[in-house]
Design a protein around this ligand. Structure first.
Ligand SMILES: Nc1ncnc2c1ncn2[C@@H]1O[C@H](COP(=O)(O)OP(=O)(O)O)[C@@H](O)[C@H]1O
Ligand SMILES: [Mg+2]
Length: 259
């Protein structure tokens, strides 16, 4: 078990997860995410990828099963243990989800202020470091989210997700809605950040270029559970309708040629 703790940042076993009035979304779902790996989570629209991320983040209580993040269950009565585990995760929500009334600076400072114990000058130094990490400048801190381009919203969201230097970064469709250049820029950024600070990534994506560039393993969510979690080569070879549609065809070939 101690070995496992060291090896996996997420361990989910026998998960049952419902939405609305008892509709079963996930059943007998198992998933282990290794420390330091980039795991891509793929699945059809509405298959429950975002809902699974919500369980991982502790925003959603599963109906049954075991879900541990950094060896801690979100319903562990030890509040400090839960809080410490939570702080080790950073999340980039679908569509950015910045606080629209707060400036870029205050958005990035938010998790730092919430954590407490930091003087404003420490916060300023960290915010400026994070801005630089996502290739923005201190002057961008004054802008409001409404005045940012799509690519900038993603980068500011990423800076906010990185504010507490997480060991696990969770990305929900990070390049959706970005043009190919901006998507490529985002992928480069994630790669570079991981060279400086090794963290695990769980990423939902439909973008094959992003997937081929970043992924160590792919988890496929279909038929209410993870039907495979393996290298791209193994997963692509699976005889499953979703997998063949997802990786097959012109789109898949094109992405493969570029990888
Ligand atoms: N709060 C909710 N109440 C009822 N159904 C929901 C709720 N949130 C999500 N769902 C349903 O759960 C399913 C999975 O949603 P989601 O995890 O967002 O899918 P995706 O794989 O596209 O990210 C969808 O069919 C969606 O309609
Ligand atoms: Mg989703």
């Amino acid at each position: 078990m101690a070995d496992d703790l060291d090896k996996y940042v997420i361990e989910i076993e026998g998960l049952v997860n419902t939405v609305g009035p008892g509709i079963i979304l996930h059943r007998d779902l198992n998933l282990k995410v290794r420390r330091d790996e980039v795991l891509s989570l793929v699945g059809g629209s509405g298959s429950g990828k975002t809902q699974l991320l919500r369980v991982i983040l502790g925003l959603k209580r599963p109906k049954a099963g075991r879900a541990h993040v950094f060896g801690v269950s979100w319903d562990d009565p030890n509040v400090k243990k839960v809080r410490d585990a939570r702080r080790r995760m950073g999340m980039l929500f679908q569509n950015g989800a910045l606080y629209s009334a707060l400036t870029v600076y205050d958005n990035i400072a938010f998790p730092l202020r919430e954590r407490g114990g930091l003087a404003e000058e420490d916060i300023r130094a960290i915010v400026n470091t994070k801005l630089a990490q996502v290739e923005l400048e201190p002057r961008h801190g004054k802008l409001l989210p409404a005045n940012l381009s799509g690519g900038m919203v993603k980068r500011v969201s990423l800076a906010r997700a990185l504010a507490l230097s997480p060991d696990l970064l969770i990305l929900d469709e990070p390049t959706a809605g970005l043009d190919p250049d901006r998507s490529e820029g985002f992928v480069r950024l994630i790669k570079r950040l991981r060279e400086d600070h090794r963290f695990a990534v769980v990423m939902v994506t439909h973008d094959l270029d992003t997937l081929f560039e970043l992924t160590d393993r792919v988890a496929v969510l279909a038929d209410q559970h993870i039907i495979a979690c393996d290298t791209l080569a193994v997963v692509r070879a699976m005889d499953h309708k979703f997998v063949q549609n997802f990786f097959g065809g012109e789109r898949g070939r094109r992405a493969l040629e570029h990888s």
